[in-house]
Design a binder for this molecule. Structure first.
Ligand code: F0G
Length: 375
């Protein structure tokens, strides 16, 4: 699709602080349809200082309205759903899609059903779905089982509008990450590093860059680097095999519950994105994910484990010489640390219990190693 006004888009790319709906010209929204919006996009691009060199940036998607990049897809898909006079929506989710869908459905006065893998959804995400009034079904199994149920239900009954990332409007919203990066950085980076679960986001971001090329607004594209957890790595396995059929993982496991997926629905699109962009897929283990999460936290960036996987993948690519120190890289930090408080609490920390004010002061003095007469 050609945007309604390419010169307007060119102007937007030249300013530094754009938000998702600024890019209306490049979104497939019928004229006159009002967006269902909570102010998504416009997330900060933050230079990572502790790496000690060069141009390594984080696109901090945790600052979206419900705390993850999912809001970009949801604002567009729910806008379309409302224009179709849909009354109810349904999603399968590892958590963030459910949190986002329930918020946007509420905003649009629709009912929302979420199907989640029982016991494997981080508490922050589940609490959002509860708060926004979603009907919650927990399935014994993994995300892939939840998605099968949703797809079959939606196909056979057509009673609820499905909002998973096989819904093309979701990817249309998420592609704006590419636009924002070009506008914030003032150029196209060499590498984009993305954590991959159901594989919608990496495909969407690549679509964004390809469109900018097609419309003559940029003249190069970045390498797309997809990162998966070693216990949930179907795309890395498929990539390594060199074949065109997905190597599924039947019982995916990782601390990064958001990307605990064994049969990504958008696997072929993601494989194409990585191939066309000259990129690659990398796997990282849970220890590497937690170390990267701690490193980002020391930098002031609180992210959930799936987002830290992207950072861990970047560090590995750097270590193996796949990414150069002189290259500009953007790491997509997909979700906020408040999404998964249990993962944060599992990190080592010091905690002291004081039974009175004076004891608290003595403890503070012991920690900072100073003197104070009153204590
Ligand atoms: N990071 C986070 C924080 C996620 O929640 C997800 C996906 C991904 C990365 C991977 O993105 O699926 O487009 O490859 N979460 C989905 C959900 C599956 O249900 O919330 P993807």
């Amino acid at each position: 699709m050609r945007p309604r006004d390419v010169s307007r888009l060119a102007k937007l790319l030249a300013c530094r602080n754009t938000k998702l709906w600024d890019y209306l010209d490049a979104l497939p929204i019928p004229i006159g349809v009002e967006p269902v919006s909570l102010g998504e996009g416009g997330t900060p691009l933050i230079r990572i200082e502790r790496i000690g060199y060069g141009r390594v940036y984080a696109k901090f998607e945790g600052t979206n309205p419900t705390g993850s990049f999912k809001d970009r897809g949801m604002t567009v898909a729910v806008t379309i759903a409302r224009s179709l006079r849909v009354h109810g929506v349904i999603v399968a989710s590892t958590g963030n899609t459910a949190a986002s869908a329930s918020a946007y459905a509420s905003r649009a006065c629709m009912s929302c059903v979420v199907v989640l893998p029982r016991g494997k959804v981080a508490r922050g995400k589940l609490s959002q779905a509860i708060l926004h009034g979603a009907k919650i079904i927990e399935i014994e199994g993994v995300f892939d089982d939840a998605l099968k149920a949703v797809m079959e239900f939606a196909m056979k009954t057509r009673m609820l509008y499905p909002l998973n990332s096989f819904n093309p409007w979701r990817l249309e919203g998420q592609k704006t990450i590419a636009y924002e990066i070009v506008s914030q950085l003032g150029r196209v980076p060499d590498n984009i590093i993305v954590p991959v679960g159901n594989a919608g986001n990496i495909s969407a971001i690549w679509k964004g860059f390809k469109e900018l090329i097609e419309w003559g607004l940029i003249n190069e594209t970045p390498r797309m680097i997809g990162v998966q957890a070693s216990g949930a790595d179907p795309l890395v396995r498929t990539w390594e095999s060199g074949c065109d059929s997905l190597i599924e993982v039947s019982n995916p496991k990782t601390i990064a519950t958001a990307i605990r997926i064994g049969r990504p629905v958008n696997w072929l699109k993601a494989l194409k994105a990585v191939r066309e962009s000259n990129g690659l897929f990398i796997r990282v283990n849970d220890d590497e994910i937690l170390r990267a999460q701690a490193m980002l936290a020391r930098e002031g960036l609180g992210v959930e484990p799936a987002s830290a996987a992207a950072m861990a993948g970047f560090l590995k690519a750097l270590d193996q010489g796949i990414v150069g120190r002189d290259e500009a890289s953007v790491i997509i930090l997909t979700g906020h640390c408040l999404k998964d408080p249990d993962a944060a609490m599992a990190h080592r920390f010091e905690r002291y219990i004081a039974s009175s004010k004076d004891e608290a002061i003595r403890m503070i003095l012991r920690i900072v190693g100073g003197g104070y007469e009153g204590a």
